[in-house]
Every structure is written in structure tokens, then in C-alpha cells.
Design a protein. Structure first.
Length: 587
């Protein structure tokens, strides 16, 4: 009993040591990458908007000067956004076409469908293209590119360290949380996001501890450079609350859900339109940039991320009601054009902007006509941000904590729970991240784990047969058939080389029955066998062995140890073991 406890403790220590090292490395890259991207956006904004347009967008309190400036060359806005789209398109479609659009969705897709593999060049291309898109006034955010930097490194590290597929996926998910947690100075929210954002309903619990480590380290590195002040400063914790206000926040949740659906459907309708547009792919972001620039010509608040305009509202200096309401729809359209056309950038910042403006507009409509409305629009702005994006990202818990960290406190969690919950239910399966799958059971990463949970705990060597009938390439097909029939098998291992000690192939019943019966005596096994054979090691778990069989459309695996044939395992043997395990559990 004591020995078993010691072994169990050793397993936990090995797990912690492994992920402490891997997550630390991912966190360092996330922090440094966030700094590089942060500066790239600043320089791009300076070159395109400040020098080209004569316009400096207001920045939130935690990131720069909250100053509204006049636009000296307003007519240049469409020119600059078009140029930004053109450069972004040329870079993306020349070097890494998968870097188009919003990077978080690409990372989610890699987790589910690509065994946690992201090409090494993608994060660099994503950073450059996204910095150009945002800096030139494209309506996009920072979360996607930063997530792809750290997720890409997690994937690369998994490949270099030869981690198994499951661990490589966890390293990728850890990178998503670390990158987002760093750039938004929201380590807790970022860590939670890495577990919640992969599914419409569900969590990737295995990524939680590594994400906590990586996100904290990434945040510490980035904040030591950019400052520890939250993105939107320290919002007052003295928020007035009255039960009647829950009705107002409920209304905000309803509106957030409806506008969220509009955001998602407009974005993907625009994306699909541009995909079908008959023109070079690299040129499409320029067209999207031109159209977004025309919107920006009349409503420059849609340019870039727009956080400064939200900050003004939080400080009780909101835009006029008409402008505020127009910006909700203008931002949806400009984001859809900027990113849906193939441009590069995240959808998090636009989502917060849309939700924040929705909250501002509702506050302006209510505060003069009903009682118990807060004196400042700040609570409505913050809850609007949480409700809309928490719903469309299908990550309500993570987004609530993220926005809380970005605004310096959690005083609004009670009204946020009401608004986010309502918006989440209304949005349903409409999601801004189309690569999300409904639950872990629907992900290729976990399908076998969910259907056959006992198999991930058992190794091949525990169920393999060591009584191994074999044939040689020189044996006749008729002799092979007799062994298959006598032993009631569907497959046989074929051995050759010195002393017949080397596995050279596999022969199956199907290989034999294709031959006319009269040729069985004269045809040799070597003429019909499959080579080289698909093999498995004794230490591989049964779920991985079953996956290997499914991927190669086979039902039999020779087991090799040190190059020597030591056993065989069949699909029927694995299923039989599973059924016995289920019976034991039920009993």
C-alpha cells in the first residue's frame, strides 16, 4: 500500500516537473512575444496613422495617453487602410496562407484536427501582418496574433521534445492562454480561456495547471515592460447596487446576445463572400481595407482596436448617443471587412468594443428616465463587454475574469453573471470561433478517451498475445491459409532475415481470398504480404493502439521491443478487454 502511494507521488512529481519546465518556457516566449507585438503595433500605428493620416487614436489608461486629437488628413484614411490590407495580404498569402483571419481560431483548429501542430513560420508572419492591419487602422485586435505566438512555440516545443500528441496539444492550449493573459495583463482570465475556448460547452482541464504557470510568467514579463496598471486602469470598486438594476443588466444581456448573433453572422457572411470573390487572395484584404477605411472616414472611432473610446466612456465622457449606436453596427461591419476579407488580426478587441458601446448606449437611454441607474456608464460598459464577447466566444467564465482583470476589479461580477448568462443562452451555438467543437467527446483529440476511457490507462503489453504464429515470405499462401483457419485468426506476422528473427511484413485473409483458389499452392506469402508493417511498442496505451489501427484501416498490430517481435494485439482483443473492464466497474 505504501509502495503504491510512493509510486503515485512520483507520478505527480514527474508531471509537475515536466509541465513546470515546458510551461515556463512557453510563458517566457509569450511575454517576450507580447512585448514584440505591442511595440510592432506602436510603430505601425506611428507610420500609418500618425504620419500618413495625422491621427493618434486615444489609448486606454494602462497603455498610453488618453488624448483625442484632430485628424489633419482625413481623406487619407481609406488610402492607408487599403495599403495596410494590401501589405498584410501580400505577406500572409506569400509566406503562410493559414495566418489569414483571426489567429485564435487557427490555434483551436490545430488543437482538434492537426495533432497540435502549427508551422513554425506562422506566428512570425501573423505578428507582422496583424501589426500592419491594426496600425493602418484595420478593425482588429491583438489576442489572435499573441495567442498564435505562444501556441506556435508550444507546438514547436512539443515537436522538438518529441512529446506525444496529447502533450503537444496541451502545450498548444497552454500557449493560447499565456499569450492572451500576457498581452491583456489578465493572467487568471488567460489561463481559464485556454481551457474554455476550445469547446462550445466544456473545458480542457488537462491544460489548466500548465496554463496557470505559463500565463503568470508571460504576464510578469510583459507587465514588467508595459507597466502593471490594468488596461483600463483601476475602476472604482464602489459600485452602487440595487436589486432593480438587475433588470437593467438583464436587458443588457438580451441585447448583448442579439447583437452578438449579428456580429457572428455578419462576420462569417462577409468571410464567405470574400472567399467566393473571383480575384487574387492577396488582393482581397486591400478591398476589405478600402471599404473599412470608407467607414472610418465618417466614423474614425472604428479604426484600430478602439480601447481609448471605451476608456472615455468609463471616465464619464461618453460619445453622443447617435454616434454610440452607429458605432455598434459600424464596428461589426468594419471588423468583418478587415478580417473577413483575409486580413490578419484578432476578434477579441472588436467584440469588447461592440459590447462596450452597447452598454454605453443603453446607459444613455436609461439614466435620465428610470431610477437606480448608475451615475457613470462604466458599469454598463464593462458588463456589456463581458456579456457580448463572453457569449460569442462561448467562454463566459474566462471572459468575465479577463475583463475584470482589465478593469482592475471584480465588483461587477454579480450583474455580469446575470447579463453574461442571458447572452450566452441566447447566442446558442453561434460562435466567433468556428473551429470550436461542442464538447470534448466531439474532438478528435478526445474521442477515444471519451468512448473508451479505460483504454488510456492500459498498455499494449498487458493484453497482447505472446503466442505468435508466423510465416515466412517463402511459405505458400495455402500453408498460410491453413494456419489462419486453424488458429481462427485474420492476420499473421511474416518473419525473415537471419534465423527468421526480423519482422518483414503482415499477411491478412483479405490478401489471400483475392487470389483464385488454384493459385494458392504456387503463390508465395512474400508476393501478397503488406510491407513495411505498421507496428506498436509494448508501452503504448490501448487507446493509441486503437487510433493507429483506425488511421491505417487495420485490425492487427505486431508488437516490437528492441526490434524483436514479442507479441501481437488485435482490435477484437482490445475491445474484449474493454468490455471486461466495463463489467468489473459495473459490478
Amino acid at each position: 500500500m505504501m509502495l503504491a502511494k510512493i509510486k503515485n507521488l512520483d507520478l505527480h512529481l514527474d508531471y509537475l516537473r515536466k509541465w513546470l519546465l515546458i510551461a515556463t518556457a512557453i510563458g517566457v516566449v509569450a511575454g517576450v512575444g507580447a512585448i514584440a507585438f505591442y511595440e510592432a503595433i506602436h510603430w505601425s500605428t506611428y507610420l500609418f496613422l500618425q504620419l500618413g493620416v495625422g491621427y493618434t487614436p486615444p489609448a486606454p489608461l494602462g497603455e498610453g495617453k488618453l488624448v483625442v486629437t484632430e485628424i489633419s488628413r482625413r481623406w487619407m484614411i481609406p488610402v492607408v487602410t487599403t495599403l495596410g490590407g494590401l501589405l498584410s495580404g501580400l505577406i500572409v498569402f506569400r509566406f503562410a496562407p493559414e495566418a489569414e483571419g483571426h489567429g485564435t481560431d487557427a490555434a483551436i483548429e490545430a488543437f482538434h484536427y492537426k495533432d497540435g501542430i502549427i508551422r513554425a513560420r506562422v506566428p512570425l508572419i501573423k505578428v507582422i501582418a496583424s501589426a500592419i492591419t491594426i496600425g493602418s487602422g484595420g478593425s482588429a485586435g491583438r489576442e489572435g496574433p499573441t495567442a498564435q505566438i505562444a501556441a506556435g512555440f508550444g507546438s514547436l516545443m512539443g515537436q522538438l521534445l518529441r512529446l506525444n500528441t496529447d502533450d503537444r496539444r496541451i502545450a498548444l492550449a497552454t500557449g493560447i492562454g499565456a499569450g492572451i493573459g500576457a498581452i491583456f495583463k489578465a493572467p487568471l482570465g488567460g489561463a481559464l480561456l485556454s481551457t474554455e475556448i476550445l469547446y462550445l460547452e466544456g473545458f480542457e482541464i488537462q491544460a489548466l495547471v500548465p496554463s496557470f504557470i505559463a500565463s503568470l510568467i508571460g504576464y510578469t514579463i510583459f507587465a514588467s515592460y508595459a507597466g502593471y496598471t490594468p488596461v483600463f486602469g483601476w475602476m472604482s470598486q464602489q459600485v452602487s447596487f440595487h436589486p432593480i438594476t438587475l433588470l437593467y443588466y438583464s436587458l443588457l444581456g438580451v441585447l448583448g446576445g442579439l447583437i452578438g448573433i449579428l456580429y457572428v453572422r455578419t462576420f462569417y457572411a462577409t468571410r464567405n463572400y470574400f472567399r467566393e470573390l473571383n480575384m487574387p487572395k492577396w488582393l482581397k484584404p486591400a478591398v476589405g481595407g478600402l471599404l473599412a477605411g470608407i467607414i472610418g472616414l465618417f466614423l474614425p472611432q472604428v479604426l484600430g482596436m478602439g480601447y481609448g473610446w471605451l476608456q472615455l466612456g468609463m471616465l464619464n465622457n461618453p460619445l453622443p448617443l447617435t454616434i454610440t449606436l452607429l458605432l455598434i453596427f459600424a464596428k461589426i461591419l468594419s471588423t468583418s471587412l478587415s478580417i473577413g476579407s483575409g486580413g490578419s488580426g484578432g476578434v477579441f478587441a472588436p467584440g469588447l468594443f461592440i459590447g462596450g458601446m452597447l452598454g454605453t448606449g443603453l446607459w444613455q437611454l436609461l439614466h435620465r428616465v428610470v431610477a437606480y441607474v448608475p451615475a457613470s456608464p462604466a458599469p454598463f460598459i464593462v458588463v456589456g463587454m463581458m456579456a457580448l464577447f463572453g457569449a460569442v466566444a462561448r467562454a463566459p467564465l474566462a471572459v468575465m475574469f479577463m475583463v475584470g482583470e482589465m478593469t482592475g476589479g471584480y465588483a461587477l461580477l454579480v450583474p455580469a453573471m446575470i447579463a453574461v448568462g442571458i447572452a450566452y443562452v441566447l447566442v446558442g451555438n453561434n460562435t466567433i470561433y468556428e473551429s470550436q467543437v461542442p464538447t470534448p467527446a466531439d474532438s478528435p483529440a478526445h474521442r477515444l478517451d471519451c468512448y473508451f476511457p479505460q483504454l488510456e490507462k492500459v498498455m499494449v503489453k498487458e493484453v497482447m498475445s505472446t503466442d505468435i504464429p508466423v510465416v515466412t515470405p517463402r511459405d505458400s499462401v495455402k500453408y498460410c491459409w491453413e494456419i489462419l483457419k486453424r488458429r481462427k485468426l485474420n492476420d499473421l506476422a511474416v518473419v525473415g532475415g537471419k534465423n527468421n528473427a526480423q519482422l518483414v511484413g503482415v499477411v491478412a485473409k483479405e490478401d489471400i481470398v483475392r487470389l483464385p483458389l488454384q493459385q494458392w499452392q504456387t503463390t508465395l506469402v512474400g508476393q501478397v504480404m503488406s510491407a513495411p508493417p505498421v507496428v506498436v511498442a509494448p508501452e503504448v496505451t490501448l487507446d493509441r493502439a486503437l487510433t493507429l489501427m483506425a488511421d491505417n484501416d487495420i485490425a492487427f498490430l505486431p508488437v516490437l521491443a528492441g526490434g524483436k517481435l514479442v507479441g501481437m494485439v488485435t482490435r477484437s482483443r482490445i475491445i474484449r478487454h474493454y468490455l471486461l473492464a466495463v463489467q468489473r466497474v459495473s459490478a
